[in-house]
Ligand binder design. Structure first.
Ligand SMILES: *Cc1c(COP(=O)(O)O)cnc(C)c1O
Length: 379
């Protein structure tokens, strides 16, 4: 029995994802980094670092976590805009730094280079491969603040010719939960726009959003994309997936607190976990998390709307059906809860943070428990 609510990280599932990723690395020679913003439970960094080439960070704190818990592995960082006050430490612990604009490259590029870092620039290849309703996840959407277009790149290096020789690589990140056909579409545009500069570079970074460990992912097409850059231009190729590393490698266990019956409406089960606090992507993406032993409404005889215990009317996880009626004390287990969950949770409404367990070959180990002090301490 576990204390609810809690996340359970499935070490065996993580290992099998890492095996898929290491296959890609072995067959193509590419390097794969963990995007820490998706999953930063550093207790698993020794395992992840034993397979992957390192990690990438969205800022100083994630970079520090990689530096401390994946020692000796590559430590990359990207930010839409770096802060001067973070730069000294960043430059002392990172191996690669990727800038988001010509201005940031001009501000910090020379210094980064002098400290021995490899310097990159994020490109916006301006090819949207995500549906319009997904535009908050589309760095190629009109007006994007992420990455430099070809026109901005060429204006920049003609105004400041000293910047081009600072660059070791180009980076693009345009995908979210996508297959390799969309990567290929993006790479075609990137290559068409930037091929004349690739000979000056050492590497290209394909960003994240590659759903490599999903069962229908087309790995051979990904590998052809990688080899096109490594064999065609002599470039090292980096991928920095988050989701693919920990996909389906975690669960969220929760208890039913109360069943409500309302006239003319689906029955409601109030859980001891909150969408808003413990799985915010359910509301933000939005998506319907998988739930063990459940079906869509209509599939099984007993249907419920599952809601959280906060004040937010929209703190609803979704509608599900079951073989038997739910009752107080029942434990429900949501799947795919390793990614974008622990890293995004919060204590809105004074909600307790879920404990974290690590499951290794069927053994459950309590890794972390949180208390009132974790709520109070941030305020
Ligand atoms: C979010 C992000 C990633 C990881 O994306 P996943 O969808 O989790 O694979 C990698 N690189 C950058 C720059 C990102 O913003």
């Amino acid at each position: 029995m576990v204390n609810t609510p809690c996340y359970v990280i499935d070490k065996d599932a993580l290992k099998s994802n890492l095996k898929v990723l290491s296959g890609v690395m072995e067959r193509t020679g590419c390097k794969i980094l963990l995007a820490q913003k998706c999953f930063s439970c550093y207790a698993l960094y020794p395992l992840i670092g034993s397979t992957l080439s390192g990690a990438t960070a969205s800022g100083l704190f994630e970079a520090r976590l990689c530096h401390e818990h994946m020692p000796g592995k590559e430590n990359h960082i990207f930010s839409p805009a770096f802060r001067e006050e973070d730069m000294e430490e960043i430059l002392s612990i990172c191996d690669h730094i990727v800038f988001n604009s010509i201005r940031q490259l001009a501000l910090f590029g020379k210094r980064a280079k002098a400290c021995g870092l490899q310097v990159g620039l994020r490109i916006n290849p301006q090819v949207s491969t995500q549906p319009a309703e997904h535009s908050i996840y589309d760095p190629c959407a009109p007006g994007s603040r992420l990455g430099v277009t070809l026109e901005e790149f060429e204006d920049g290096i003609s105004s400041y010719p000293e910047l081009l020789p600072l660059l070791d690589g180009l980076h693009f990140h345009t995908l979210c939960e996508q297959n390799s056909d969309d990567l290929e579409t993006t790479l075609n545009a990137f290559e068409k726009q930037f091929s004349s500069y690739l000979g000056l570079m050492k590497w290209v970074n394909f960003g994240g959003g590659h759903h490599i460990t999903r069962s229908d992912y087309d790995i051979p097409r990904l590998e052809r994309c990688i080899l096109r850059m490594s064999e065609g231009y002599g470039l090292a190729v980096y991928l920095e997936p988050g989701e693919a590393v920990a996909l389906n490698a975690g669960y969220l266990h929760t208890k039913v607190l109360e069943i409500q019956h309302h006239k003319g409406s689906i029955d409601i089960a109030i859980l001891d976990t909150s969408a808003a606090c413990h799985m915010p992507d359910v509301l933000e993406m939005p998506y319907r998390p998988p739930l063990e032993g459940s079906g869509a409404v209509g599939e099984k005889p007993y249907a419920y709307r599952l809601g959280g215990p906060t004040c937010l009317s929209g703190d609803i996880i979704g509608d599900y059906s079951f073989d038997a009626p739910l009752k107080e004390g029942d434990v429900l287990v949501f799947g795919d809860m390793a990614i974008y969950s622990m890293v995004k949770n919060n204590t809105f409404n004074g909600m307790p943070l879920p404990s974290i367990y690590i499951e290794d070959k069927g053994n459950l180990l309590l890794h972390k428990e949180f208390s009132y002090e974790d709520f109070k301490g941030r305020l």
